[in-house]
Design a protein around this ligand. Structure first.
Ligand SMILES: Cc1cc2nc3c(=O)[nH]c(=O)nc-3n(C[C@H](O)[C@H](O)[C@H](O)COP(=O)(O)O)c2cc1C
Length: 164
């Protein structure tokens, strides 16, 4: 991927503010397997393709998620409900450590990735990983899913949670 080296006419606060105007849902991206268990709050989740079924999520390049997901070869995207703000905050904590799933109801999915109760989940095999600046784009081929059509989603806008 090419990168533009020009000095931008804005700073990172302005960039965050502009990008934060795009309202999103909130997910916890999880992986489990020989490399270990991991979960991280992410709102960069996007659908990519229906045929074949592909999704993507962007993760910090320096975070441990990228390596664990690549080593396990699979991940799940758990879409949170409006009453799961606590999970959003918990999986965004920098000091969450290896006990991050303690006390949280979850079950292993088809790939071993932890599945949380929520609005929906998609479970994926890693299809591609692309470096992109300070993040990596992880593309997943969807192998399994479930959705609760009655669920109210957790929404995020301009750094705050929104009522649906
Ligand atoms: C609402 C919300 C959305 C977030 N979205 C992302 C995201 O898409 N990608 C990402 O890498 N971090 C995202 N974060 C930040 C991570 O959850 C947080 O920095 C976490 O501690 C990173 O873990 P790591 O050190 O294992 O990378 C988000 C945080 C919040 C609260």
């Amino acid at each position: 991927m090419t990168s533009v080296q020009e000095e931008p006419p804005f700073d990172s606060t302005e960039l965050r503010r502009a990008l934060g105007a795009f309202a999103t849902g909130v997910t916890v991206v999880t992986t489990g397997g020989p490399a270990g268990l991991y979960g991280v709050t992410a709102n960069s989740f996007t659908s990519v393709s229906l045929e074949p079924p592909l999704v993507l999520v962007c993760l910090r390049r320096r975070g441990s998620g990228r390596a664990l997901i690549a080593a396990n070869g699979a991940f799940a995207v758990n879409i949170l409900t409006a009453d799961q703000e606590d999970l959003c905050r918990r999986f965004a904590r920098a000091d969450r450590g290896s006990a991050m799933f303690d006390g949280i109801e979850h079950r292993p999915g088809r790939t071993g990735s932890p599945i949380l109760a929520g609005a929906a989940h998609v479970e994926c095999r890693v299809a591609a990983v692309q470096a992109a600046g300070d993040h990596v784009v992880v593309v997943g081929h969807v192998l399994a899913l479930a959705v609760d059509p009655e669920a109210t989603p957790l929404l995020f806008h301009a750094g705050r949670f929104l009522a649906a």
